[in-house]
Design a protein around this ligand. Structure first.
Ligand SMILES: [Zn+2]
Length: 73
């Protein structure tokens, strides 16, 4: 893997997690399909969509973050 910003090949693995005060170790996911919101702002069809862990690799040269879909969960 090569950084698209500085061409470094050194990356640190990581993930995108919650930074709220009640952080309980949650992490972000990628959902298959376009975002559709219901009347009250909830996401339609969220429970029936395929979803994957989001993996985030930080470039050690410039801090740029590359995102990948990881394991389905
Ligand atoms: Zn970089």
């Amino acid at each position: 893997m090569k950084c698209s910003q500085c061409e470094s090949t050194l990356f640190s693995p990581g993930y995108l997690g919650s930074s709220s005060s009640d952080d309980r170790g949650t992490y972000e996911r990628w959902y298959d399909g376009e975002l559709e919101l219901g009347m009250f702002g909830d996401v339609k069809h969220a429970s029936s969509r395929a979803r994957f862990q989001v993996l985030a690799y930080r470039c050690q040269g410039c801090g740029h973050i590359e995102l990948f879909a990881g394991a389905q969960d």
